[in-house]
Ligand binder design. Structure first.
Ligand SMILES: [Zn+2]
Length: 476
């Protein structure tokens, strides 16, 4: 047979035929959307149908806002890798995972670095961690001049089948090496201030807390600075604070021992973020162990392996190796569409369905969304949506608002928002306070060998009004 599958065949494999799509779509999201585009692989009409969210809209003191900053494992123009940003009316904010590309969306959404200092990692795959580098490196160059707190899994305990070695593949070791990996960056950029006056710790400090996927222990901890207070953690509790925020964790089943899921509770509101996982009972238990269900349950979801193989291969043989690999990955790691429906149905049977379920880590386009919703609907009739980047969900006791952020493709860094900025910064590490230094206390030339400086072109040669010409370093 022909090696190339038609779109109709792809859709059949994923559970819906093209002819029924508009009907399915209307049913799935209450008739508020329409298929506008001729090619359903190039359109997310579910997202497009949402009401606009204006960035910078204040959050009510009793509200929780969840912004999707990365929603896919396939990084693409419309969807970066994994990240969920949660803001609370208390003023607290939390980053859950920060995979490749997501800082583009944080910056585009004008989220200041000072709001991105608490990072909760579900596991240590690059599609959930890659942009930690960018947050860490560039936070202190903006208003992220306070320590970076990282929570994540403990070591897997798996022995290498070839060497019999057991690796320290947990979050503490990850952070220790991460700190050194970025040494050239952090030193080089420490000619300007990276710590607020009167604040504890520097923007390049890291505080890592390891969450034991097996026992719930939170005792394995590491910090670059012993004077920084240890976060308030406890058994199966990653974080809690005086504002009543509690972030607990529970095991996930994804790829290798160690993956975890998180549950955030505050002010009578709650959300779960599964990270990546096979369908599991830990999730059902944690989604139903409160007096009510959670408000927002964010679960990963994967397209059927046939769709994965065809979408990624161009012209694969769906009975061949590509399909087997796709099936293997799903078996090892992920939640099929019907499994998510089944899980939600289990919560509903206990009278504790979430007010809203959100599928993410999913390539969201019309010809994947509507078959997926149909598969979920085969089990569950509650409110479900499929996330894409810049979807914003505002949760209060009375309402859950789903919106799409309206953003600029040409945004710059967000304005400084940390109130400690009014105190100014401590002198930089590479400091030069001499009165003859026109840049004092900054020392922009402190890290250069004289042989390099000897070859720098004198600014007076190209612009006599240049600051470097009118205010030369004394050595010149
Ligand atoms: Zn992933």
């Amino acid at each position: 047979m022909n090696e190339k599958f038609s779109r109709r065949e792809v859709l059949k494999l994923s559970g819906v035929a093209l002819g029924s799509m508009a009907v399915v779509g209307n049913t799935a999201i209450g008739g508020e959307n329409q298929i506008h585009h001729d090619d359903p692989s190039q359109e997310d009409s579910l997202f497009r149908s949402l009401k606009p969210f204006k960035i910078g809209t204040p959050l009510g003191s009793n509200e929780m806002r969840i912004s999707f900053m990365g929603t896919s494992v396939v990084q693409r123009r419309t969807q970066m890798c994994s990240s969920v940003f949660v803001e609370l009316g208390s003023g607290d904010s939390f980053v859950f995972d920060c995979g490749a590309g997501v800082t583009v969306n944080y910056s585009t959404m004008q989220i200041p670095m000072s709001k991105m200092r608490n990072i909760f990692l579900t596991h240590l795959h690059g599609d959930h961690t890659s942009d930690l580098t960018h947050i860490y490196c560039f936070g202190p160059q903006q208003d992220g001049k306070s320590p970076l707190y990282v929570w994540g899994p403990s070591p897997s305990g798996i022995a290498d089948p070839i060497t019999s070695q057991t690796y320290d593949d947990g979050t503490v070791n990850f952070c220790q090496h991460f700190r050194e990996m970025n040494r050239w960056h952090t030193e080089s950029q420490s000619f300007v201030g990276t710590q607020w006056v009167g604040a504890e710790g520097d923007g390049y400090d890291i505080v890592a807390t390891e969450l034991n996927w097996q026992t719930g222990a939170t005792s394995r901890y590491w910090s670059t600075n012993s004077s920084i207070p240890k976060p308030s953690s406890g058994n199966w509790i990653a974080y809690q604070n005086a504002n009543g925020v509690k972030i607990s964790f529970f095991p996930a089943v994804h790829d290798r021992n160690g993956s975890i899921s998180y549950k955030l509770e505050w002010n009578g509101l709650s959300m779960i973020f599964t990270g990546d996982t096979k369908p599991n009972n830990f999730l059902i238990n944690n989604a139903t162990n409160g007096s009510t269900g959670v408000d927002v349950l964010i679960s990963e979801m994967v397209v059927p392996p046939e769709v994965w193989a065809i979408k990624n291969g161009g012209a694969p043989n769906p009975t061949g190796a590509g399909l087997l690999v796709a099936r293997t990955v799903q078996e090892n790691s992920h939640t099929p569409e019907k499994a998510l429906g089944y899980i939600l149905n289990q919560t509903a049977k206990l009278g504790k369905a979430p007010r809203l379920a959100v599928a993410t880590h999913f390539q969201a386009e019309d010809d994947t969304i509507y078959p997926a919703l149909q598969n979920i609907r085969s089990w569950y009739s509650g409110d479900v949506t499929v996330a894409t980047d810049l979807m914003v969900i505002t949760v209060s006791k009375n309402s859950i608002l789903k919106q799409k952020a309206i953003v600029s493709d040409y945004s710059w860094f967000p304005p400084i928002a940390d109130p400690r900025a009014k105190n100014g910064t401590m002198p930089p590490k590479y400091t030069d306070t001499s009165s003859s230094n026109p840049y004092a206390p900054y020392a922009p030339l402190a890290q250069f060998d004289q042989s390099l400086l000897n070859q720098v072109i004198d600014p007076c040669l190209y612009d006599p009004t240049d600051f470097g010409c009118t205010h030369p370093y004394p050595s010149k």
